[in-house]
Write a protein that binds this ligand. Structure first.
Ligand SMILES: *[C@@H]1O[C@H](CO)[C@@H](O)[C@H](O)[C@H]1NC(C)=O
Ligand SMILES: *[C@@H]1O[C@H](CO)[C@@H](O)[C@H](O)[C@H]1NC(C)=O
Ligand SMILES: *[C@@H]1O[C@H](CO)[C@@H](O)[C@H](O)[C@H]1NC(C)=O
Ligand SMILES: *[C@@H]1O[C@H](CO)[C@@H](O)[C@H](O)[C@H]1NC(C)=O
Length: 536
């Protein structure tokens, strides 16, 4: 190659550099470490500190407002020590460090009343700051919820060199979530999910900073929730007596979730999606007719008999005691009107009430009664979007969940214009699978991309990734959820401007291997491999 050729190469090099510089600056540190979801502000210095499993401790600042005996924190300290060192303590490399280059301690400080013994809620403060500097790192948060999120980030800052030595660079991080409601929907009716698999899902949710488990617990196919008031519901309506969540199981899920700063919102979907309810509660469902005679089949809950409301009121009274969260999901989606239309009693009632064969009015009549019931027991309701679309009178503060993929932005505009809070799920139906990297599609969604005022946008409290269970049981729950749901996790936690797919890919690849190392069978994003220690 002659001098001209070299010149040309030099010019190309300069052009490449210029092109690189003109793009948004790459956040190399976050990408190398695989921080997920990306924190609000990350500064990583070039000063490396070493950690040794024998000498490193996570402990309370003695001046912290949290009770040193706070079980939630003690549990979290133990868990994160395990995540950091547990799997390969023995592979810890040769001692390369003197005291001058050691990180000896993570000191955790809770600034306000810790809320150690309470349940997280929609206004829980999850913000934290993390300062890693020798010889001690400091994690500061107003409440225990922020400590939990900060511990996850701290664990993500630690890496191993080729000798296996644990290293953390001095760094400083400030973080808080973009949306307060960041959920995963699981469906335990189409297939029963063993309690252990739900607990594992809660672990993975915490790794991705999710904070709501939307438990779609019963549906047409089975009624696994064991009610103490109406035990026949699960005795007759579950797949079998071993496919049941006992009060002890439910309590276990709720407490396990609490320790990870995760709320559990139960969904009892009515008046449709209720075939399994009918098995243990005679007279609850509407008898369908074939011409003038009962066909033997049953339709949605019968909205015209008083016994329905007596039952529902006792049932939801129990639910409000069992589930501590302020919210109960009432469903209200996909009500099939054909059975109601076939029933002569219902026809008579419709005429009498002046509903003019508009069955949406009958559905509204039912839902309004249930909504009133929920207000009486001092809980807030969440409903699927049809309830809003059918013009049901909603008590203020009723939250509407948007799920229909078609024109969901328009739906968000309408609901928020009417003053109701919104949870977005429409673009995040993870049960709809396809070939390739569909996480990118989930990642690109901006939940505030609809026309409306700032005030309307503030009504979007977050979103949920939904994994419906028709084709999902314990065998494929985890790989189908992760890391696809992680994309939604970052979208809901990180700032609006965090949209670079290249950066997301590099960070998510590391996060996926991290989940695998921690025992979550997350599927691969694409070709490649995890570091050897991750796959053991
Ligand atoms: C940590 O420090 C080392 C040594 O200075 C540097 O090479 C590396 O890029 C730093 N890591 C990150 C994630 O910034
Ligand atoms: C290093 O620190 C440990 C614990 O803080 C202490 O026991 C030890 O004596 C120190 N070693 C040196 C060489 O200073
Ligand atoms: C959330 O929980 C805290 C602590 O228990 C409580 O003080 C606050 O009133 C709750 N907020 C809501 C909206 O429930
Ligand atoms: C159902 O309840 C309403 C209101 O309490 C009452 O007016 C009506 O008579 C009751 N119907 C029957 C069949 O008991």
């Amino acid at each position: 190659m002659g001098p001209r050729g070299l010149e040309l190469l030099g010019l190309l090099g300069l052009l490449a550099l210029a092109a690189r510089a003109s793009r948004a600056p790459r956040d190399d540190a976050a990408e190398t470490l695989g921080l997920w979801p990306l924190p609000l502000s990350v500064k990583v210095s070039a000063t490396q500190l070493y950690l040794s499993p024998e000498r490193f401790t996570i402990s309370h600042d003695p001046y912290s407002k949290a009770d040193p005996g706070c079980a939630l924190l003690q549990e979290a300290f133990r868990r994160y020590y395990e995540y950091i060192f547990g799997y390969n303590k023995r592979r810890n490399g040769p001692a390369r460090s003197s005291n001058e280059t050691q990180l000896q301690q993570l000191v955790v400080s809770v600034v306000l009343d810790s809320q150690c013994d309470s349940f997280p809620n929609i206004s829980s403060d999850e913000s934290y700051t993390l300062n890693v500097k020798k010889p001690v790192a400091v994690l500061k948060a107003n409440r225990v919820w922020g400590v939990l999120r900060g511990l996850e980030t701290f664990s993500q800052l630690i890496y191993q060199d080729t000798y296996g030595t644990f290293i953390i660079n001095e760094s400083s991080i400030t973080d808080s979530p973009r949306f307060p409601h960041r959920g995963i929907l699981i469906d335990t009716s189409r297939h029963y999910l063993p309690v252990q698999s739900i607990l594992k899902t809660l672990d993975a949710m915490a790794f991705n900073k999710f904070n709501v488990l939307h438990w779609h617990i019963v549906d047409d196919q089975s009624f696994p929730f064991q009610s103490t008031t109406f035990p026949e519901l699960s005795n007759k309506g579950s797949y079998s007596l071993s496919h049941v969540y006992t009060p002890h199981d439910v309590h276990k899920v709720i407490e396990y979730a609490r320790l990870q700063g995760i709320r559990v919102i139960p969904e009892f979907d009515t008046p449709g999606h209720t075939q399994s309810w009918g098995k243990g509660q005679k007279g609850l469902l509407t008898p369908c007719y074939n011409a003038k005679t009962p066909s033997g089949a049953f339709g949605p809950i019968n909205p015209i008999v008083n016994s329905t409301y007596t039952f529902m009121s006792k049932f939801f009274e129990e639910i409000s005691r069992v589930f501590p969260d302020q919210f109960i999901h009432l469903g209200g989606d996909e009500v099939d009107f054909t059975c109601w239309a076939s029933n002569p009693e219902i026809q008579k009632f419709m005429e009498h009430s002046g509903f003019h064969k508009d069955f949406r009015k009958l559905e509204s009549f039912y839902i309004e009664k249930i909504l009133k019931m929920i207000s009486t027991i001092k809980k807030n309701s969440i409903v699927w979007q049809e309830v809003f679309d059918n013009k049901v009178k909603l008590p203020p503060g009723t939250t509407v969940q948007v799920w229909i993929a078609d024109q969901y932005a328009t739906e968000q505009s309408l609901i928020t214009a009417a003053g109701f809070p919104v949870i977005l799920s429409a673009p995040w139906y993870l049960d709809l699978i396809s070939y390739g990297e569909d996480w990118r599609k989930y990642y690109k969604v901006n939940p505030l991309d609809f026309s409306g005022s700032q005030e309307q946008k503030r009504l979007v409290i977050g979103g949920e990734a939904c994994l419906w269970g028709e084709y999902v049981d314990v065998t494929n729950l985890t790989p189908r959820l992760w890391p696809r749901a992680s994309a939604v996790g970052e979208r809901l936690w990180s700032q609006e401007g965090v949209t670079d797919l290249g950066s997301a890919y590099r960070r998510l690849t590391v996060q996926r291997c991290r989940m695998v190392r921690r025992g979550i069978a997350a599927q691969p994003l694409f070709t490649g491999h995890c570091n050897p220690e991750y796959t053991k």
